[in-house]
Design a protein around this ligand. Sequence first.
Ligand SMILES: Cc1cc2nc3c(=O)[nH]c(=O)nc-3n(C[C@H](O)[C@H](O)[C@H](O)COP(=O)(O)OP(=O)(O)OC[C@H]3O[C@@H](n4cnc5c(N)ncnc54)[C@H](O)[C@@H]3O)c2cc1C
Length: 454
Amino acid sequence: MSGRRVLVAGAGLAGSLAAIHFAQLGHRVEIHERRPDPRGAGAGGGRSINLGLSQRGIRALDQVGLLDPVLAAAAPMRGRVIHQRDGELDFQPYGSHEDQILRSVLRDDLNRILLAKALEYPNVSARFGVTLTDLDRGSAAEEPVCTFDSASGPYHASADLVVGADGAFSAVRTRLLRGLPADFRQRVLPWGYKEFAIAAGPSGDVRSSPDALHVWPGDDGLIVAHPNVNGSLTATVFLPLSGEQSFATLTTEDSVRALFDTRFPDVRRLVPDIVEQFLSHPTGHLVTVRSSPWQHEGRVVLIGDAAHAVYPFYGQGMNSALEDCAVLRECLANDDWAEALRAFERRRKPHTDVLADLSEENFDELRSRVASPLFLARKKADLVLSRVFPKRWMPLYTMVSHTTIPYADALRRARRQHAALAWGSGAAALALALTGGALARGKAAGPHSPGDRS
Ligand SMILES: Cc1cc2nc3c(=O)[nH]c(=O)nc-3n(C[C@H](O)[C@H](O)[C@H](O)COP(=O)(O)OP(=O)(O)OC[C@H]3O[C@@H](n4cnc5c(N)ncnc54)[C@H](O)[C@@H]3O)c2cc1C
């Protein structure tokens, strides 16, 4: 064990899991986090969004022995329940097998479990309520130096390696890329989101399908609600940031009431205080970030949203962030960290770039396509094909959510499957046309034409 000094900026999901890995490898880890200690009472204001944990995240948690405590705090989701505008409910299973389910977990619960585990190691320490404001990224010969703001004034901290795990709007990333021939693209979705709670209620209403993700689709507004273990749902309403019915205009009780009365009447019935919740909760913003490089001379590396923030519509941001940590650990088997970090970027970036595309496309799917009969027919066909040809056909969603097949490989395989199906259908149609033509000619020529061998 080399026992190097590692500074982790950001104690979110990726930062906390990375700290566990570095600690297990015998390095000395210092975590610096902007927010108060999430393990303290009342941290985070008692509100949190829920995340859908799928196979990649499950595997990454299992590797550090945290799967059981996380599953104990998570609610299973067997599929999605689509709330149609006419009040009809459609259930769409997540997979063709019983075990193909997702788990809904409160982000804050997961964060607390990960951070508590990291801080069990004697070689991990943490400072909370401190914000990274600057980074001198160092070089092969010189350590990187971070500058933080804290209640007691600014301070500097250096390390052998700085891990930028400070989320989608990463300050480490900005400083890492400064002055380098870097590629940086940020796409801000013109929609934002607000979280609200749907309390547990008597059976017979929408909460009678507790083990599902609930979706109220719509081109002009979308609600997604995750189940909790106590029977309540944590919902997120997505709306345009500007325009007629948008976060910019929905600022009065009347306007919010009108939105839910007309667009989501069943939500209005289920959540008597929806207007108060809507007006008092902050609006979040969503970005896709594609950037490169993710690392510098073995001295700085980005992980999770800091490296590759994606829209949340494929439910893979956290899962890919946790998967990053597992891959980074494998790469660190190479003692030459400059090469190890380059290998990490080479292994991950092509796949997270594909995930970014898939997540952008899924915004349209959740908003409108999930409710269309054609989409439903395609989903059913996908599931039937995967049951009939389990070795040859795996829906893209299944590969992304229920396996750890790297994202770009999953997309390539899905395209091959569809091409084969299109070719097969074309060939079948041609065969049918030719057979039909031959039969028609046969009939026209009479029962014993000269070409008839029977
Ligand atoms: C509405 C919504 C729904 C989502 N649903 C899902 C889902 O179902 N499934 C899924 O897999 N993913 C989902 N995601 C994505 C998921 O939340 C993120 O991908 C995940 O949290 C990324 O983890 P992270 O540790 O990289 O970043 P974060 O969780 O953002 O953690 C970053 C940490 O860094 C700290 N920090 C920031 N700046 C500084 C600084 N300058 N100095 C010090 N500390 C700093 C922050 O306080 C924070 O603790 C969703 C996201 C949203 C917004």
